[in-house]
Design a protein around this ligand. Structure first.
Ligand code: NI
Length: 216
């Protein structure tokens, strides 16, 4: 008997778990699991096709090159290539594969693409939600620790007199990306979920400011 779509999703999930077993904590299977749950929730609210959104979310980070790698900007194209192979292996319905690959290709922040399909918009939104809030904060510092970047610029920790540069200081990433994401969601559902996470980051930054600049 041919495998059901649920069984195919389970098989994809297993393959992704295996592929990501040594991934860094900012892009590991836990990240993928959170993004997939968020994407499924948003898809339900926004009437997007779960048969596209769920596999795209599961597969969106199966190739993640480090930010300082020359091919880093190609990560999502490489992820889409490998995803095609895995989807073919589990005999995923052929007509769903191109929109899944489109969602994987267009999800990344660096490319600055507004995805064309509802399903790709949902996956991008879910991935962006996981970049902000408490989890987002944990992920920023996980990435910067791996690249051995200091937390902040000691002469101007909260960039006011220097142009933010997240290749050099972790905290600058909040000002270059994370605090801007609130206005960059595609769906109303994600925009609502983003609100609490955005506010929490501001509370975190205020507390950090008081500890660094006025600790006593
Ligand atoms: Ni991701």
């Amino acid at each position: 008997m041919a495998a059901s779509n649920d069984e195919k999703i389970t098989a994809i999930r297993q393959k992704v778990r295996e592929l990501l077993k040594d991934a860094d904590p900012a892009h590991d299977f836990l990240h993928v699991s959170r993004v997939t749950s968020l994407a499924a929730y948003i898809a339900g609210k926004e009437h997007a096709d779960l048969g596209i959104v769920v596999p795209a979310a599961l597969l969106h980070d199966i190739v993640v090159l480090p930010k300082n790698h020359p091919l880093s900007s190609k990560s999502s194209d490489l992820a889409a290539e490998l995803a095609k192979k895995l989807l073919d292996e589990v005999n995923y319905p052929q007509e769903k594969i191109p929109p899944i690959l489109e969602a994987i290709r267009s999800h990344s922040f660096g490319k600055n693409i507004v995805p064309k399909t509802k399903e790709a918009q949902v996956v991008q939104d879910a991935d962006r939600l996981d970049a902000i809030g408490a989890v987002g904060i944990a992920r920023v510092f996980a990435v910067s620790a791996k690249l051995r970047r200091p937390f902040y610029n000691n002469s101007d920790p909260f960039p006011s007199s220097h142009t933010p540069d997240d290749n050099t200081w972790a905290l600058d990433h909040f000002y270059m990306k994370l605090l801007k994401l609130r206005d960059m969601f595609n769906t109303e559902t994600a925009r609502q979920l983003a609100e609490k996470r955005h506010e929490f980051m501001k509370v975190f930054l205020d507390q950090l400011r008081s500890e660094i600049i006025n600790p006593l």
